[in-house]
Write a protein that binds this ligand. Structure first.
Ligand SMILES: Cc1cc2nc3c(=O)[nH]c(=O)nc-3n(C[C@H](O)[C@H](O)[C@H](O)COP(=O)(O)OP(=O)(O)OC[C@H]3O[C@@H](n4cnc5c(N)ncnc54)[C@H](O)[C@@H]3O)c2cc1C
Length: 448
């Protein structure tokens, strides 16, 4: 019998397989398709996700195949007024890495799969569709099987609908780098809040650029993805002489958090248990955070003798966290997707006082391991550099760690990694003398 069976080898299943393989667990992965899905969906991940890749030993490799960005995301109206900006960050962000990365999803998934190859105790079965997850011969089964999850049906989860469902056309272009019009495109992401046709425009990296185009009443969803239909919508920026079409397809964006991420040995992660409209570029990121949360708990239970009830803290911690991101995406979606000209004018007037600026939220985990302790318990600890030049997590590995005042930790003895003097600014700003960090770098507890 395997320790863990993973159903679905998309990005979330592949990351989880890496993290469990690294923990020494025996794993079987089952994937219906025979190769990486060739069409990209996600194009962006954040600094916390890069830090998770770092913990899986894959950050350097992934950094070479992705585009870091110090730029933010600009919500701009039809006349060019900037309504809202998600700020960019120059240099390393709080997680020790640039805070925004743009990528080609099939390439990222390929690197994650190559990473799994390091672990002989992780078996991958491609071209294998699971029809009954309860029958898999494993102590736990994790459904990373996407939005139409079979494992979710077996659990009987209930969808909590946060209200946004909207079809959008996604067009990926391979642009001619010598084109004058291509050169004049901005590096930052544009959310074009034009009531006649809301759009998102992203520089994915290399020759790749993406246009996400909201479908309007009167569009024929079966024909709008045809090149003759969408090129006129792009003519303000580019024409067929400037770029080659990589693909075009219609997706319906949803905003859903499931209730019921676990039943007995069955668990869910990724799109199987939540879906967000992509306006913050956070859907896959949330799934990666699920994998990081679940991986250390599964290894604590299966390897280190922690009680099985530890796994019940997974949903109660993660669901409110991901919900914060989805609610923000829905709120931004309401700004972006406004198609009534009068309502759009009233919206623009609200921002006439000045551009609103925001950063990604860093919410507290829901009740779980932290019970009801207030922040900073249950928030992610930053990743500073150590005096020897290494990033903090390099010194910790997949373990618990204590950061604290030097004199306090000087004589301490613990099973955890001790990091005296690390994170002094953070400790001072929270008026605490030490913090116990979990293997996923969320704060387990603090000591005043
Ligand atoms: C247009 C668009 C843009 C997006 N942009 C971003 C972005 O910029 N940033 C971001 O973070 N997210 C973004 N997302 C969301 C992101 O693409 C998803 O959240 C992510 O791909 C989900 O990963 P997953 O591994 O959970 O599921 P999936 O990628 O859907 O993988 C599920 C896998 O399970 C397999 N499977 C299903 N059922 C079975 C079965 N019974 N047996 C065996 N295998 C099975 C499937 O074949 C599939 O390979 C975007 C989404 C869209 C649509």
């Amino acid at each position: 019998m395997k320790d863990v069976a993973i159903v679905g080898y998309g990005p979330v299943g592949a990351l989880l397989a890496n993290l469990l393989g690294q923990a020494g667990l025996s794993v079987a992965v089952y994937e219906r398709d025979t190769a990486v899905h060739p069409l990209p969906r996600a194009v962006h991940f954040d600094g916390e996700v890069m830090r998770i890749f770092q913990s899986a030993g894959l950050a350097e490799h992934i950094a070479l195949a992705t585009r870091p960005s110090s730029q933010g995301m600009h919500f701009v109206n039809a006349t060019g007024q900037t309504l809202i900006v998600r700020r960019g960050i120059d240099g390393p962000g709080p997680h020790g890495w640039p805070n925004n990365w743009y990528f080609h999803q099939p390439m990222l998934e390929q690197i994650l799969r190559e990473g799994v190859g390091r672990y002989p105790h992780v078996e991958v079965h491609l071209g294998h569709e699971v029809s009954n997850p309860s029958e898999l011969d494993a102590r736990y089964v994790v459904g990373c099987d996407g939005a139409r999850s079979l494992v979710r049906r077996a659990i009987g989860s209930q969808a909590c609908d946060l209200g946004l469902h909207q079809p959008w056309l996604v067009v990926d272009l391979l642009c001619d780098p010598s084109s004058r019009r291509v050169k004049s495109l901005p590096d930052y992401t544009i959310q074009l809040c034009d009531p006649r046709r809301p759009m998102t425009i992203v520089n994915v990296g290399g020759a790749r650029r993406r246009w996400e185009i909201m479908l309007m009443p009167g569009d024929d969803p079966t024909r709008v993805a045809e090149s003759g239909k969408f090129w006129p919508l792009l003519e303000r920026w580019l024409g067929p002489e400037d770029a080659r079409i990589e693909r075009s397809a219609v997706y319906t964006f949803h905003s859903i958090v499931q209730q019921g991420w676990r039943k007995g040995k069955l668990l869910l992660a990724g799109d199987a248990c939540h879906q967000t409209p992509p306006f913050l570029g956070q859907g896959m990121c949330a799934g990666m955070r699920d994998a990081a949360n679940l991986a250390w708990k599964l290894s604590a239970v299966l390897r280190d003798g922690a009680p099985d009830s530890l796994l019940d803290t997974y949903e109660s911690e993660r669901a409110p966290h991901v919900r914060t991101f989805i609610e923000l995406a829905v709120k931004l979606g309401a700004v972006l997707q406004e198609t009534d000209p009068d309502a759009a004018a009233a919206r623009d007037a609200r921002f006439a006082v000045g551009t609103e600026r925001f950063d990604y939220p860093q919410p507290q985990l829901g009740r779980g391991c932290r019970a009801d302790a207030p922040p900073p318990v249950g928030t992610i600890f930053p990743q500073p550099r150590l005096p020897d030049g290494r990033l903090m997590d390099e010194a910790i590995g997949q373990r618990f760690a204590i950061v604290g005042e030097t004199e306090l930790l000087a004589s301490a003895r613990a099973d955890s990694v001790l990091l005296p003097g690390v994170g002094a600014d953070w400790l001072a700003s929270h008026r605490v003398r030490a913090a116990l960090l979990r293997p996923d770098r969320y704060v387990f507890d603090v000591a005043a």
